[in-house]
Design a protein around this ligand. Structure first.
Ligand SMILES: [Mg+2]
Length: 212
């Protein structure tokens, strides 16, 4: 099974709508151990991207590129560059592809992870979006290794990401503003891990609807 780069502009749109819908929730989570701006910043960037894409015809790779540039250049906070790199790496991997299969999508996720690890200094377990992304990708790759098909691998991505995201509640923040709270950062979900979970779910659910 594959999906067409050309049809997958919907993936970009669904991520935008997910962030818009959850903006207040993301800020509420960030407000518990951070400055409460995560939802505001993300919503600003994703909404600006929506405006830039409106009325245009674009592929997945083109949409991801606009999203990346908007997040890097036009939103504040630490998350803009991180998600900027995330979407830029995905866009570069699929840029030359007409059709995207289960392996190509894995390569997109791997490149996105490597890009974030390149520019940030967070490790797994530091209570960041990596704690959603890494277990999600591992579950996806494990499903592939088991010979599962594309939809099943996407379900595994969501399941792995969800478990990792929920586990950030028990973690002590090691990087960013929340790390200053030390032990007091325990007991609260990480905002970046939450937005990452929402983004991966929107991606997986929408890809499933356009698989052929
Ligand atoms: Mg913040």
């Amino acid at each position: 099974m594959t999906f067409k780069n050309m049809d997958a502009w919907r993936v970009v749109l669904s991520m935008i709508e997910t962030i818009q819908y959850n903006a207040a929730y993301l800020s509420e989570i960030d407000g518990k151990i951070g400055d409460g701006d995560h939802g505001i910043n993300m919503n600003k960037g994703f909404t600006l991207c929506k405006t830039r894409l409106e009325g245009k015809k674009y592929t997945l790779s083109q949409g991801l590129e606009v999203l990346s540039r908007t997040l890097m250049e036009d939103i504040g906070g630490s998350m803009g560059p991180l998600y900027g790199v995330f979407f830029d790496e995905m866009s570069m991997v699929c840029g030359g592809l007409d059709k995207i299969d289960v392996r190509a999508f894995e390569n997109m996720l791997k490149a996105a992870l490597a890009g974030i690890q390149d520019i940030g200094n967070a490790k797994r377990g530091d209570k960041t979006l990596l704690d959603t992304l890494i277990p999600g990708l591992e579950a996806y790759s494990a499903a592939l290794a088991d010979g599962r098909d594309f939809p099943a691998a996407l379900d595994a991505l969501k399941t792995g990401a969800k478990a990792g995201w929920e586990f950030t509640k028990d973690m002590v923040a090691k990087v960013g503003r929340a790390s200053r709270l030390g032990e007091r950062s325990r007991g609260v979900l990480d905002a970046g891990a939450t937005s990452c979970y929402l983004i991966l779910c929107a991606m997986a659910d929408t890809v499933k609807t356009i698989l052929q």
